[in-house]
Design a binder for this molecule. Sequence first.
Ligand code: ADP
Ligand code: ADP
Length: 225
Amino acid sequence: MAMVDFIDIDKRYGNTAALESINLSVERGEFLTLLGPSGSGKTTLLNLIAGLIKPTTGKLLIDGKDTANISPGERGLGMVFQNYALMPHMTVFENIAFPLRVRRVPEAQIRQRVHDVLELVRLPNVEKRKPKELSGGQQQRVSLARCIVYSPSLILMDEPLGALDKKLREQMQFEIKQLHATLGITMLNVTHDQEEALTLSDRIVLMNNGAIEQIGTPSELYFSP
Ligand code: ADP
Ligand code: ADP
């Protein structure tokens, strides 16, 4: 069973058609990238899965279940944003512990889990710092750590590396790829960077003007004769 199924989905904002006739399955464990120019509907597609907005028409399934009555908190997924969206007054530890506190995980387990995920994202010795004392790349690692700390089955990433310079972007691409391989989590990434899509993805969805133009593996889309 697919992780996510879009079945004939339209999304309109007033008279603007942001998405039209979307049919797409996100397979379990894959790294899927939505690639397309600004305004092509990538963020809208992600926000539908997250439950931040609702389809105008059509059905959206997560784990085979109709999401019409599943709240964002019940969807078991994590989100990573370009601006990190960390809580500025909390330490790194408290930011990452937050989703576990919400789930009433015992304190001893929280300490262990936070420690483990900080190792996974290669960020030791920053637990007591505040987000603004860290570099952009470090903040994005914290935001990834906050996502994976409660073992979601799906991570949605909206241009997670968009605010980083080229060198750091390439480094983080490598690290995200490793995390994907290590954890086996389904990852859905949004970008308008073709290089990034080719480097990271099992499959790429090319979007334009609210529609899917093409879906394929990097080699199918870019290296076929
Ligand atoms: P991106 O290209 O990264 O999706 P945008 O700058 O297009 O970012 O959008 C930023 C925010 O503004 C989003 O929350 C989006 O929903 C909202 N937005 C985008 N276009 C419009 C619009 N025409 N009217 C109202 N809100 C919009
Ligand atoms: P992308 O992420 O590819 O940049 P978006 O999903 O943000 O594209 O936007 C798709 C279309 O929907 C654009 O025309 C955008 O202006 C419009 N749009 C997005 N969010 C809103 C909103 N909240 N209100 C009105 N129009 C929006």
